[in-house]
Design a protein around this ligand. Structure first.
Ligand code: AQP
Length: 327
């Protein structure tokens, strides 16, 4: 089984990334051939600081290693190091209806958020993502819920390519976790938690104890004082209950029962303590890896070599099918 996923180097990895996708990476590296990339080309669709971007890209690899991604069990690489991604994206562009891209939720949301920079890359993002996936003839893509629409397009493009040029791609499956596929913002619990938002809206996996406690204390709760799971009426506390349940491995009804009639404060305090305890090993590993930059760069270089070998061979087959003149 071939598995592929990616994360953008657009800020600090947060508990939404971890619960929706990161834990799946760690799990899937034991189940099949996992390709995991730092999606730097995707991140360029929003203006990045060229002075710090390379460092942020390396940092994302550090965070992946800190949560337990094991380079001996998977191929960890940087998207822009494998030029075939962009090349396949161009070919797929030529079979992508513009209307399909214009209706993408992420495109609409990001165009609103970055009105000063509505660039063609923002619209084309899902095609590059389809290229990332199809380039490795991927079977399974573990992601958070926000990526499901892009995965549907990937399957549409795989089918279209196959029907135009002959059977080449299988249709990759979207793999979502049952709980935690969409962790919400701590400050605006009707919006998903995002790395590029206000840092107080997320808990980063590298946040220290004081920061975690402060952010949880500040997290928006709802009117009333019942610790009750009701995402429509109580989105704030429901989100915190989901986070608690996933980190503590306790069922939500059991948590509701434990904190019944006690108000929000003791629950929030317990959640902060839990997060400090569970994130501490990641924090420690991350700090240790920060001192081993050469080691991390070597991992990425080895990952690039392996990814390139497969990408180049698949792209050659694809180009031949499309009818491009061989070199
Ligand atoms: N809130 C979330 N809950 C569950 N899963 C999530 N993912 C992202 N947010 C949540 C999943 O994490 C993987 C990496 O996604 P990403 O790099 O696109 O992360 P992000 O936080 O969405 O990134 P940005 O840069 O902050 O983008 P914006 O602010 O535009 O959303 C993916 O599998 C994703 O589904």
């Amino acid at each position: 089984m071939r598995i592929l996923s990616g994360i953008q180097p657009t800020g600090k990895m947060h508990i939404g990334n971890l619960l929706g996708a990161g834990n799946q990476y760690v799990d899937y590296q034991n189940k099949g051939d996992l390709f995991l990339m730092v999606a730097d080309l995707h991140a360029l669709t929003v203006l990045q600081n060229p002075k710090t971007f390379a460092e942020e890209t390396l940092n994302k690899a550090l965070e992946l290693l800190a949560i337990g991604v094991d380079p001996a069990k998977c191929t960890l690489f940087v998207q822009s190091h494998v030029k075939e991604h962009s090349e396949l994206a161009w070919i797929l562009n030529t079979i992508t209806p513009l209307g399909e891209l214009e209706r993408m939720t992420q495109y609409k949301d990001k165009s609103k958020k970055h009105r000063e920079n509505i660039n063609a890359g923002l619209l084309d993002y899902p095609v590059l993502m389809a290229a990332d996936i199809l380039l490795y003839k991927t079977d399974v893509v573990p992601v958070g819920q926000d990526q499901t629409q892009h995965l549907e397009l990937t399957r549409t493009l795989a089918k279209k390519f196959n029907s135009l040029y002959g059977q080449t791609f299988s249709e990759p499956k979207t793999m979502l976790v049952k709980e935690g596929a969409k962790i919400m913002s701590l400050l605006e619990p009707k919006k998903k938690m995002s790395k590029s938002d206000n840092p107080d809206s997320y808990i980063a996996i590298t946040d220290d104890a004081e920061t975690i406690k402060r952010k949880i204390a500040k997290a928006v709760t709802d009117t009333g004082k019942d610790v009750k799971f009701d995402p429509a009426k109580k989105p704030g506390i429901s989100n915190l209950l989901t986070i608690h349940s996933l980190f503590s491995n306790q069922k939500i009804p059991a948590l509701e029962k434990r904190y019944k009639g006690k108000g929000y404060a003791p629950f929030k305090k317990a959640l902060a303590t839990l997060l400090v305890e569970k994130l501490e090993p990641f924090h420690r590993k991350y700090e240790e890896l920060k001192r081993r930059e050469v080691y991390v760069k070597t991992i990425l270089s080895q990952g690039k070599e392996r990814a390139r070998t497969i990408a180049a061979s698949n792209l050659e087959e694809i180009k031949e099918k499309v009818g491009l003149l061989p070199e």
